[in-house]
Design a protein around this ligand. Structure first.
Ligand code: ZN
Length: 272
């Protein structure tokens, strides 16, 4: 599945790592190093339905290609520290009845890196205005501002997560359909996810009915048959990618179109 998706969408310039997590959890996840992780739980529920599984694989691949990297705990802690500092300054400013003005403060490199162009909006929404004037302010007031800002941060992060899920659904569908898998596979995968009790507790993911609705709209706009037609030639002109165990022997490595051996590549480049 990953091979077909990678070739059909020209995503075979880098290798992919694939791992099955031996847990009966239902989500899948994408981390750095191009790792696609699928839980046994979802694979059991969708066993025999290659198109549904391919859609989930496409979704995870999309998280990589759209660089949907989650905030690391360190980055999040740094944001919180920043918020605390800003809250202190804000409380000071309030006390002194300083005139507020929009400053468009930076929210630190980590957040800027994660959210790219959205950092500005995000930063000013979360951090507000600051005055550098100094005086003593009650801790209670500072705590209140910190709590409020933390809540806003969590909301913004959750919102961002939901947006990313829709985006990954969309691109995941396009990827798997281009690779020739059935469009309905995406709907079947969603239904299975929606029928599981754990899905309801997941606040970072949008509700399943909304995701199904968005997918159906997309399928009308970009019919799977024409998507598959677009990449039929590339699939037939390219050879299936090779695969090996990863170096740590914990995942499968789907090699890039260059193959899985740097030694072979050196030999190919230099005859003697
Ligand atoms: Zn996702």
């Amino acid at each position: 599945m990953v091979d077909r998706i990678a070739r059909a969408n020209k995503l075979d310039e880098k290798s992919w790592q694939i791992v099955i997590v031996p847990e009966y959890n239902l989500n899948a996840f994408a981390t750095n190093i191009n790792l696609i992780a699928l839980y046994n739980g979802i694979l059991e529920l969708l066993v025999g339905d290659a198109s549904a599984i391919a859609c989930l694989v496409g979704h995870e691949i999309a998280h990589h290609t759209e660089t949907h990297t989650a905030l690391t705990p360190v980055e999040k802690a740094a944001l919180i520290t920043k918020i605390e500092q800003e809250a202190q300054q804000e409380a000071l400013a309030k006390k002194q009845n300083a005139q507020t003005q929009a400053t468009g403060i930076s929210i630190g490199r980590s957040a800027a890196r994660i959210f790219g162009g959205r950092a500005g909006r995000f930063g000013s929404a979360v951090l507000g205005n600051v005055s550098s004037q100094r005086s003593k302010v009650s801790q209670e007031k500072i705590d209140k501002i910190v709590a409020q800002k933390k809540e806003e941060l969590e909301k913004t992060l959750a919102e961002e997560d939901r947006k990313r899920e829709f985006e990954a659904d969309k691109i995941g569908y396009l990827y798997s359909a281009k690779a020739g898998f059935e469009a309905e596979g995406c709907l079947r995968a969603m239904k299975v996810l929606g029928q599981t009790p754990t899905a309801e507790f997941d606040t970072t993911h949008p509700t399943i009915p909304k995701r199904i609705e968005a997918l159906k709209d997309l399928m009308l706009k970009f019919p799977a048959i024409s998507l598959a037609e677009e990449s039929r030639a590339i699939i037939s002109e390219t050879k299936p990618l090779t695969y090996d165990l990863s170096k740590d022997r914990k995942s499968l490595r789907l090699n890039s179109s260059r193959g899985g051996s740097s030694v072979d590549d050196v030999e190919r480049l230099f005859d003697n």
